[in-house]
Ligand binder design. Structure first.
Ligand SMILES: NC(=O)c1ccc[n+]([C@@H]2O[C@H](COP(=O)([O-])OP(=O)(O)OC[C@H]3O[C@@H](n4cnc5c(N)ncnc54)[C@H](OP(=O)(O)O)[C@@H]3O)[C@@H](O)[C@H]2O)c1
Length: 256
């Protein structure tokens, strides 16, 4: 891969994980920006790269700028960045935002979306994360392809429309299931049961779908048509009206 220089804007959950992976793989992380002065200097010093908490100080002329800021801040930060760097290759890393969000500010733009739940400080294997790339021109596409291949064994060209659908499904399998864990934890806490009792079940359910079709992996009262058990659960859940609603919606969907 031709050596490139990368500027990374934003060091939140995703940005800090990406910074770590780029740095460890020597993929050209050259400068980082975050509004938090301490965070900028701590990461910048550790990686011995340029760091700043002032966006106007970000170096011009780098090969690629990666926006790892909240989806709602992409437009605002892109507008500020364009004033500093002029025209350049710029991508964001969002699953939800269109690549065209960047079109008003840059001629060459794209998306570099790591399809994984990223949390600051967690050790993750970036090489196993699918990276979904898109670019509005061939040279940038090829640069992103090289970069993604340097980070991961799973690289895909996914356009805006496909990524928007992918993001819907990512929310379903990740955020919704995790929300169900939280609801279950509320009940186990209230009833003096340990949530630890459920952890092996959570793991096996996630592990099964790695090899099986989710439909075939489904067990439980709704899949069995066990109406008595469902009614007993719903009676118990009357003391948790919000959780009862979720239980009813999911049971109906499962029965279909
Ligand atoms: N976390 C994930 O699982 C994940 C996975 C794939 C893709 N993504 C994408 O990664 C991007 C960042 O998400 P995240 O989860 O890392 O969010 P996050 O942890 O909340 O971090 C958000 C980052 O955005 C910066 N920011 C917010 N508003 C800003 C503004 N007005 N000006 C400058 N910087 C601003 C914050 O800067 P400060 O540090 O200065 O406050 C912070 O670095 C999003 O596009 C998201 O869709 C996230």
């Amino acid at each position: 891969m031709k050596p490139i220089k990368i500027g990374l804007i934003g060091l939140g959950n995703a940005g800090s994980q990406l910074a770590r992976a780029l740095h460890r793989k020597h993929l050209g992380l050259h400068a980082v920006f975050t509004r938090d002065e301490q965070k900028a200097s701590s990461i910048g010093r550790r990686m011995r790269i340029f760091y700043t908490h002032d966006l106007s100080a970000i170096p011009k002329g780098l090969d690629l700028y990666i926006l790892a800021v909240s989806d709602s801040a992409i437009t605002e930060v892109a507008a500020q960045l364009a004033k500093v760097i002029g025209d350049a290759n710029v991508v964001h890393i969002s699953g939800a935002a269109s690549s065209k969000t960047l079109a008003p500010f840059f001629k060459s733009y794209g998306v570099f979306y790591p399809l994984q739940t990223l949390t600051k400080g967690r050790k993750i294997k970036f090489k196993e994360i699918p990276i979904c790339i898109e670019a509005n021109n061939e040279p940038l596409k090829s640069m992103l392809l090289d970069l993604a291949r340097g980070l991961s064994e799973k690289v895909y060209f996914i356009n805006d429309e496909e990524r928007a659908w992918l993001h819907v499904t990512a929310v379903m399998v990740n955020n919704f299931t995790n929300h169900l864990y939280s609801l279950a934890e509320k009940i186990t806490n209230d009833k003096d049961l340990s949530f630890d009792l459920l952890r092996p079940l959570i793991l096996e359910t996630a592990s099964k779908v790695q090899k099986m079709d989710p439909k075939d992996a489904q067990t439980g009262p709704a899949a069995r048509g066990d109406q008595k058990t469902i009614e007993a659960h719903m009676e118990k859940l009357e003391q948790y009206p919000d959780i009862l609603k979720v239980y009813e919606v999911l049971t109906k969907s499962l029965e279909k």
